[in-house]
Design a protein around this ligand. Sequence first.
Ligand SMILES: Nc1ncnc2c1ncn2[C@@H]1O[C@H](COP(=O)(O)OP(=O)(O)OP(=O)(O)O)[C@@H](O)[C@H]1O
Length: 238
Amino acid sequence: MTTILDVQGLTKTFEMHHLGQSLPAFEDLSFTLHAGEFLLLSGPNGVGKSTLLRTLYRSYLPVAGHLWFHSREGVIDMANAADIDVAHLRRTEIGFVTQFLNARPRVAAEDIVAEPMRLAGYGRDEALEQARHWLAAFGVKPDLWRAYPTTFSGGEQQKVNLARALILPQRMLLLDEPTASLDKGARAALVARLAELKAQGVAMIGVFHHPGDVAALIDREIPLKPKTPIEETADVAL
Ligand SMILES: Nc1ncnc2c1ncn2[C@@H]1O[C@H](COP(=O)(O)OP(=O)(O)OP(=O)(O)O)[C@@H](O)[C@H]1O
């Protein structure tokens, strides 16, 4: 089995200085993710599932541990990598799929979706053809393809975001409740696309409000457990 991600002793704590305490999100977490594997993160609200995904994407820095990502160009510790290397991997190998679209003013839906293919070197016509294919698959009406998603409904924006995030197979996908608020047809399209990507060897780790949606894809589960806040020890003036 090809290793894609090797997480060792990962620890994340939020410093709440105004409250005089640290909030441990997760501590000493270790697991391995292989090509074509699908890991489900589970646990109650606020236990740190989204925080873990953001740390794997390096939106948050861990306070300890290693995140060995086996990229096409070699192994890199995402916990300590330079921002420029992280940005490169986000463009080429690591996808983060959420329900929220970062819609830009005056950029058409089909151009937003086609952009990852254009950046990967595909020609404009081929990228647009694929973009329209995925917009249709997720149920975005053709009369919206040339429109600007800044004015779209929440569900429509989410569909544009999914089409963009899943248009190319990444080496690893981080999924943060991508099915939340999707209608039935789009949810089925999403699950079908994830199954296709999994079969192509894409490694996935994700959080789902309704894990039943992706039950057939799940290989393993990582249950996160609640932690208690750590009181900061006050300096005693002698
Ligand atoms: N930037 C931040 N600063 C301080 N605390 C944060 C920050 N981000 C998250 N937290 C806290 O970390 C804890 C974990 O939050 P997180 O969003 O990861 O939980 P979750 O398991 O994804 O929850 P849910 O199931 O409700 O989506 C929460 O108590 C949250 O308040």
